[in-house]
Design a protein around this ligand. Sequence first.
Ligand code: PHB
Length: 391
Amino acid sequence: MKHQHFFAGCLAIAATALGIGSTGAQDTIKVGLVMPMTGTVGAAGQEVAAAIKLYMAQHGDTVAGKKIEILLRDDGSVPDNGKRLAQELIVNDHVAILGAGTTPSAMSMAPIATEAKVSTVVMISGTSVVTERSPYYVRTCFTLGQQSGIIADWAIEDGSRKAVSVLSDWAPGAEAGKVFEQHFTAGGGQLLETLKVPLANPDFAPFLQRARDLKPDTLFVFVPAGQAGPFAKQFAERGLDKSGIKLVGPGDIVDDNDLNGTGDSLVGVVTAGFYSAAHPSQLNKDYVAAYAKATGGKRANFISVGGYDGMHLIYEALKKTGGSADAHKLLAAMKGMSWESPRGPVSIDPATRDIVQNVYIRKVEKKDGEPWAVEFAAFEAVKDPLHPAAK
Ligand code: PHB
């Protein structure tokens, strides 16, 4: 009897040490998300958080025998907060994996992720250089370059020759403008002027007036998630929707989260984007329906899929490592991984750790009284054109 107790006791200690049969630390993998839940791009963090919650509701909170615990931190859209929050998540909360949001915050977190050797999934930032800032970074969202060259080529083919760029004045805007200009001028077009709009509380009216005065045939616009609605309103108020000037841009300007509130003002606008809630696959129809149900009727948008696929990448990589969150093992599992996303087929480029995805040309059309970005052409497996290693 005594012996039996002794052995049972030893087994219990060993099991705890191995993390078996208890809910100890070894059984839990903490994922620390540093997202803009408030501030200038607060809408984006909320969309990522909603999509991650949905993914976990659909797939469970346990993967490869490990319980996944999300620790969500709001960086308030302030870059330096990203660094501090990442540090706290690693040192105090012992997170094993990080999720990064917008460009400035992801940039500030990069040295922390590198130093602590924590694999980090970038879920919002669309600036090329971000994944080069840390060898532990993997991106599941997009780059502006991926979309902006394709829309420039399309505009040239559609007869555009004189363009004005209106860009939100921060890193992703600069990249969108740069790649658009490269392609547009290479195609024989002329960029008349680049107008930079402040990121915070933008008043588009004076920039739109200036753009109109320059008499372009085409307006290339980048505004970030959360600003498509206010932009569309001022665009229509200035009469630009009826001016004959063609509006083009990356997918951000027809953000599904805002599109439904824009009435007729963006109907006919053509963009190059990687995600539309109107993408006709069954997987996407199911995603849009589930996202709407989970969020009180919101339309899934391009930001949300970066979070949804980010969580998918983490789950699938953990399955491959048998539940190990060791950064080198996780990164090896993530590199080259491919899957079917609500946006279409995607993969992680093993050379750059960046997402490779289809970019669609879409036109805003009304269906059942609501505007949607309807895809009519696809460029397959597009890499980030600015990354030096993406060939
Ligand atoms: C970014 O952080 O790079 C970013 C955020 C929102 C966008 C596009 C890019 O819509």
